[in-house]
Design a protein around this ligand. Structure first.
Ligand code: NAD
Ligand code: IPM
Ligand code: MN
Length: 350
């Protein structure tokens, strides 16, 4: 018998709707497992900010960090200035909890509408660095609101930070198809780009079974559309990874399916699991959001916590639900379901 302390941050917009379904799937998968989850819900996000002006008070951060894992819906809302919650809450957690691996798997499910004429066998994982790069907040503005304003964001890339995420990506490749692609832009970003390139070459010597490849990020966006099956594991920096994973979501038929984990592999801090999508203010409160991204994020979370069989139950149920969708669409009677109806269908299969 094991107890897991889970911090839950439903957040804004569709966040609470999809998190509810993720928790339903989690509880179904853990039934009869001997594992008990103690959930603590944190009221953070736009409402809290409007009520109190608070984003993430120190004591709440401390409390969150004592949990075993975090499940987050989404944060951000057009009613407050862009960046307050994104930087002050989401990125604050990713940085302070040292989530240096931002794990974003992409898989194409048959029958899902995709802009690609021939999606083929898409099944890759982007390992996005999560604690450095252009997200580090290193920069500033001088002469603001004058014609001479200069705004800088300086990308931080440390040997330590690059090596640990590259090593993780190689390890992941050995559990998959042994193919690793580094994506960067070392023809222009000659400082950071070459640090990444040299690191992949050096660490790669420890993983002789893994074939490595390199693409400039602009070319990578082409291949994601023209030949996505060429990818197995992609390792890249924070901003390139952000952009590539939205594109990955689009080619696999929608951001409502894309799961992610912000992982601290060392286990020194709790890892955080969340759908790749945001708060989707345009469909919030209407039970229109697809909860599969969140449910699959819960599967990643259970795997991370060592509950591999329980994670598998969720994955099998999601795969079956996606099959049912494909069959219905092919038969000309596509399923029309609310957020919670999709969650219920997955739970029934678990
Ligand atoms: P978004 O992902 O919220 O929405 C983009 C489009 O995708 C919208 O049309 C939306 O309806 C659709 N969509 C998103 N999730 C869906 C789902 N589960 N099912 C069906 N359709 C879905 O991106 P945005 O509009 O750029 O951002 C909205 C807010 O969310 C912003 O404040 C942004 O900063 C924030 N955001 C937060 C996170 C996060 O918390 N991790 C991630 C991305 C964006
Ligand atoms: C994501 C989001 C975030 C990011 C934003 C909201 C800070 O786009 O999770 O992909 O850029 O990482
Ligand atoms: Mn993003």
């Amino acid at each position: 018998n094991r107890t897991i302390k889970l911090a839950v941050i439903p957040g804004d917009g569709i966040g609470p709707e999809v998190v509810a379904e993720g928790l339903k799937a989690m509880n179904a998968a853990l039934r009869d497992s001997g594992v008990t989850v103690e959930e603590t819900v944190f009221d953070l996000g736009a409402d809290r900010w409007h009520r109190t002006g608070e984003v993430l008070p120190d004591d709440e951060f401390e409390q969150i960090s004592t949990h075993d894992a975090i499940l987050l819906g989404a944060v951000g809302d057009p009613s407050l200035p862009s960046g307050i919650l994104e930087r002050g809450l989401l990125l604050k957690l990713r940085f302070a909890l040292d989530h240096y691996v931002n794990l974003r798997p992409s898989k194409y499910y048959r029958g899902v509408p995709t802009p690609l004429a021939n999606p083929g066998d898409i099944d890759f994982v982007v390992v996005r660095e999560g604690t450095e790069g252009l997200y580090a907040g290193n920069g500033g503005v001088v002469r603001q609101d004058t014609p001479h304003e200069i705004a800088t964001e300086v990308s931080i890339n440390t040997a330590y930070g690059v090596e640990r995420v590259v090593r993780y990506a190689f390890g992941l490749a050995t559990q998959r198809d042994n193919r690793l692609t580094l994506v960067h832009k070392h023809n222009v970003l000659v400082n950071a780009g070459h640090l990444w390139r040299r690191t992949v070459e050096r660490v790669g010597q420890e993983f002789p079974d893994v074939t490595t490849d390199y693409l400039h990020v602009d070319a990578a966006t082409i291949f994601l559309v023209t030949d996505p099956a060429r990818f197995d594991v992609i390792v890249t920096d924070n901003l390139f990874g952000d952009i590539l994973t939205d594109e990955a979501g689009a080619i696999t038929g929608g951001i409502g399916l894309a799961a992610s984990g912000n992982v601290n592999p060392d286990g020194a801090f709790p890892s955080m699991f969340e759908p790749v999508h945001g708060s989707a203010p345009d469909i919030a409160g209407q039970q229109k959001a697809d909860p599969i991204a969140t449910i699959s994020s819960v599967a990643l979370m259970l795997e991370h916590l060592g509950l591999v069989d329980e994670a598998k139950k969720i994955r099998v149920a999601v795969d079956a639900d996606m099959e049912e969708r494909a069959d219905a669409a092919e038969a000309g009677t596509p399923l029309v379901r609310t957020t919670s109806e999709i969650g219920d269908a997955v739970v029934a299969r678990i």
